[in-house]
Ligand binder design. Structure first.
Ligand code: HEM
Length: 404
């Protein structure tokens, strides 16, 4: 009886394991599979030649003659995630092969049926998401070498050559830099549950260092991604069919629904990291931004979404800090909020460079691009936001979190 009472009083500690989040890789899928079994060869062959097939305007013909395969032979989450990556990339290529011209109204059943089936299994939408493009789409060139950009490659690519790879892999490295921060987040919540101010202070200092490291990783975008190529070639393959004037009615998934379905495109707004840090720090965004950001959570793997819900229902860090007399804790908390706002400012500069400068360069015609830069998305992000007012609002509301 005595032991039972003691157990009741003990708070349940927060763990990453419960949410299938890796201690070493965070939200990144550790060591993703690169190939499926022979039965799935038709998907593998198309996905591994996407850039060439798109550039030669051959992809749609290849997809139209692709056999209809069942998802039943996919075993375990690693095969399922790879299948989602392959089918989502083939879908984006199929829809945007000719840029904004001649967009198909229908995704053929031999692609739509297995894609929707695997999406339902994984609890993801049937479109390319951040978890496909970045978290599942990487391999080491030398398996024993470091997780650095020169030792990394993508599993599936779109047109855009080295810039496309740079965009995916730099984003991956931002996610990797967030791993100590994710662990610090867990440590912080557990410290609150145990009212341990010393451990909490340590956790907040680790979180702040990790956010700074994310900013450092993000800066590599300048070295590896050409703005004109990003704007004119890459961006369209990340675009969705919700709030996109180029494809206003959405897309019919043949054999799934007679009505067109609408989904947002792939965006790092679907990265669980920023949502998690916002939840921990108690950052409150405007109603409009929150609506968009919460919609993006539907594009995350369900276990990552559940992780966010758990942080949300944990005891509030901000209230704990406010009720504490420790100036050190106040300061450490404020440093985290400032670092997150700075990271967002930095991201805004990157977006300005890649959308505005990229647009100018592409318009100058200095680039021999395949399809012409996407017009419908000129002022919108791939997730469909009106970009700069949204990003600035999110940055400013982050800063409002600072405790005087
Ligand atoms: C060339 C590089 C990048 C461009 C052009 C870019 C562009 C954008 C755009 C347009 C949005 C608005 C939402 C939407 O419509 O999808 C956005 C949001 C967002 N992006 Fe990026 N992005 C880039 C790289 C990154 C990277 C590497 C990360 C970090 C993993 C990131 C994290 C975010 C987050 C978290 C949001 C949601 C807003 C926020 O929470 O501050 N982005 N991005």
């Amino acid at each position: 009886m005595e032991t039972q009472n003691m157990n009741l009083k003990k708070p349940m500690l927060f763990t990453l394991e419960k949410f299938h989040i890796s201690e070493d890789y965070g939200f990144i899928l550790p060591d993703p599979l690169q190939e499926l079994s022979h039965y799935y060869m038709p998907w593998m062959e198309i996905a591994s030649n996407l850039p060439l097939m798109i550039e030669n305007h051959e992809l749609r013909v290849r997809v139209d003659t692709m056999p209809l395969l069942s998802c039943h032979f996919l075993k375990g989450h690693r095969e399922q995630y790879l299948a989602h990556l392959l089918l989502s990339c083939i879908t984006m290529g199929y829809v945007w092969q000719e840029g904004e011209k001649h967009i198909p109204k229908v995704l053929p059943r031999n692609l739509a049926l297995p894609f929707v089936e695997i999406s339902r299994t994984l609890g993801l939408p049937p479109i390319l998401v951040h978890s496909d493009l970045v978290l599942t789409n990487w391999k080491k060139k030398d398996p024993n070498g470091p997780l650095e950009i020169r030792n990394l490659d993508t599993i599936v690519s779109f047109p855009g050559g080295e810039s496309l790879k740079g965009f995916v892999l730099v984003t991956l490295l931002v996610e990797k830099a967030a791993v100590p921060g994710i662990k610090a987040l867990v440590k912080a919540i557990n410290a609150i549950l145990q009212s341990n101010e010393d451990v909490l202070l340590q956790a907040l200092q680790q979180l702040r260092t990790s956010i700074d490291e994310m900013a450092k990783a993000l800066r590599q975008m300048h070295d590896y991604v050409d703005p004109a190529i990003f704007y004119a070639v890459i961006r369209i393959f990340l675009s969705g069919w919700q709030d996109n004037p180029a494809i206003p009615d959405g897309l019919i998934y043949e054999g799934v629904s007679e009505e067109p379905l609408k989904y947002s495109g792939g965006s790092a707004a679907q990265s669980t990291v920023f949502h998690a840090f916002d939840e921990l720090l108690g950052v409150c965004h405007s109603k409009e931004s929150t609506t968009f950001l919460h919609r993006m959570r539907e594009y995350m793997p369900p276990s990552h979404r559940a992780f966010l819900e758990e942080i949300h229902s944990a005891p509030s860090l901000k209230e704990f800090i406010l009720s504490s007399r420790s100036c050190l804790l106040h300061e450490a908390y404020n440093q985290c909020v400032k670092a997150l706002a700075e990271l967002r400012s930095h991201h805004i500069n990157i977006v300005a460079k890649y959308l505005l400068t990229g647009a100018a360069k592409a318009k100058d015609g200095g680039l021999d691009c395949l399809t012409g830069p996407p017009q419908a998305l000129a002022e919108k992000g791939t997730g469909g936001t009106v970009v700069f007012s949204f990003l600035k609002s999110v940055r400013n509301t982050t800063l409002e979190g600072i405790i005087d």
